[in-house]
Design a protein. Structure first.
Length: 105
């Protein structure tokens, strides 16, 4: 007697990822202001104390959930305080408050 497989009729749910607007603004600011003359991700990463994979993630259209420690390292190499960085981001994009959206990943 064959066993009935109940999983065969189930569809796979697409996984949604929550993206906070502030993360996108932070990455877009870095990309638009500090990566506009980008020669290579590797060189940019070395100049800012991060791995080239981080530079690639920042450069993505959706941005990514950048850790504060990474942001602090980048700002250190830019000789900029975190508070000044966030002021620049807020000046360019306005307040993001707790706004977010979902994307398929």
């Amino acid at each position: 007697m064959a066993l009935k497989n109940n999983n065969s009729n189930q569809t796979k749910d697409t996984k949604k990822t929550k993206v906070f607007l502030v993360d996108r603004h932070v990455c877009n600011f870095i990309r638009d202001e500090w990566m506009k003359d980008l020669e290579s991700f590797r060189k940019w990463g070395k100049q800012h104390g991060v791995h080239e994979a981080i530079a690639r993630k920042i450069n993505e259209n959706e941005g990514y959930n950048i850790p504060v420690s990474t942001l602090n390292t980048i700002c250190f190499y830019r000789q900029l305080k975190l508070s000044d960085f966030f002021s620049l981001v807020e000046k360019k994009y306005g307040s993001a408050e707790d706004k977010h959206y979902y994307t398929d990943k």
